[in-house]
Design a protein around this ligand. Structure first.
Ligand SMILES: Cc1cc2nc3c(=O)[nH]c(=O)nc-3n(C[C@H](O)[C@H](O)[C@H](O)COP(=O)(O)O)c2cc1C
Length: 343
């Protein structure tokens, strides 16, 4: 499995970071871009104007450091800043960078109009890249991932758990894909413990199939499964205290909540089995669909990927590429070498 093609975007090797805290700023993106074991870089989820971050937003690691609980919302940096940084890395790649690799721009919006504005900004950016003299079309190094699954926004539960809330966003993305077949679009989905819900999501996506003279195609090239499992709790006695947020005090009781919001999203080892199940559920439901356009949708497997064995399990569950966040937070970009080479 040396590469995966997601519409016009190629990820080679098919290993990448998933959108997270450790892909927030230019320095982190630079390190991810420079790492020879990532085939693409995913940016932290951006909104149109930036997300207001404060002391209730935190991440902690479990005592074994293999799992995380986080209460973060989205990046404080707005989309336009990510576009500037991505422009810098694509047009002036660091001399040590192994090759130009694609960026997956993670975005979200509570209002469909804001999402439409963000898609328009990304399309202007891609048009600008396309106009540059280059041996390759730099516009095909930029994909969109709509984050539909952040569990930590009290006023906005993950829309992918409630399809009527998701559809206005899918309408925006499908319109953009109809207007520009070269635009690569994916969705970041939450964990689903129930295959019936998975089939409902797949059937919903199938409604957006585009019928063209060349054949049927889906606006959605990939699904990234999964985000963290929301509604989770860890106590201070279960975490690596070195990772505890300052607001938890110098010597918290073992039964104090580990993050200021008490509830957060769990990632890493404790998510792995459910993430594998969700990936398997989606690859089976996609593969069994009557439409070839739906069967062509690929899955990026995320959740407890930390080494070659866990990546092999994700692939055995049907993932075409694998990604991680907790492993990146724990080990830095070295984790990608472990995932690829097993060392
Ligand atoms: C601190 C932290 C921040 C995250 N922020 C985002 C985000 O901005 N957008 C997103 O789609 N997922 C976000 N995630 C979820 C990860 O991309 C990933 O889906 C999840 O953590 C499961 O992967 P893992 O087991 O490798 O951690 C975040 C995860 C962590 C731990």
């Amino acid at each position: 499995m040396a590469r995966v093609n997601l519409n016009t975007v190629t990820i080679e090797p098919p290993i990448l970071n998933s959108s997270c805290l450790w892909a927030s700023d230019i320095e982190q993106l630079h390190n991810l871009y420079n790492c020879p074991y990532t085939g693409a870089v995913t940016t932290r989820t951006a909104t149109l104007h930036g997300f207001k971050e404060n002391e209730i937003h935190a991440v902690v690691f479990t005592t074994d450091r293999l799992s995380t609980l986080n209460s973060y919302g989205y990046s404080p940096h707005p989309l336009l800043l990510y576009l500037e940084w991505v422009h810098e890395l694509l047009t002036n790649p660091p001399p040590t960078a192994p090759s130009q690799k694609p960026f997956i721009l993670s975005v979200t919006a509570s209002k469909a109009d804001d999402l439409a504005q963000m898609v328009q900004d990304i399309q202007s950016f891609r048009a600008n890249l396309r106009d540059r003299p280059s041996t390759r079309d730099l516009a095909n190094l930029v994909a969109i991932e709509l984050n539909t699954s952040c569990p930590n926004i009290p006023s906005a539960p993950p829309p992918s758990y409630y399809l009527p809330a998701l559809r206005p966003h899918l309408d925006v993305l499908a319109a953009a894909a109809r207007a520009d077949p070269s635009l690569t679009i994916g969705l970041k989905l939450p964990p689903y413990p129930d295959v019936t819900r998975i089939r409902e999501v797949v059937d919903c996506l199938a409604e957006y199939t585009i019928d063209e003279p060349e054949g049927l195609r889906s606006p959605f090239a990939f699904l990234t499964c999964t985000n963290t499992l929301g509604g989770s709790v860890l106590f201070a006695g279960e975490i690596d205290l070195a990772s505890a947020p300052p607001s938890s005090g110098a010597d918290p009781s073992p039964t104090a909540f580990a993050v200021p919001t008490a509830l957060g999203g769990i990632g890493g080892e404790r998510l792995h089995a459910l993430a594998l199940g969700t990936v398997l559920g989606f690859t089976r439901a996609l593969g069994a669909h009557s439409s070839p356009a739906v069967r062509a949708i690929k899955v990026i497997g995320v959740g407890g990927v930390k080494d070659r064995e866990s990546a092999d399990r994700m692939r055995a569950a049907g993932a075409s590429a694998v990604a991680c966040a907790t492993g990146l937070g724990r080990e830095g970009v070295k984790v990608f070498e472990k995932i690829m080479l097993g060392v």
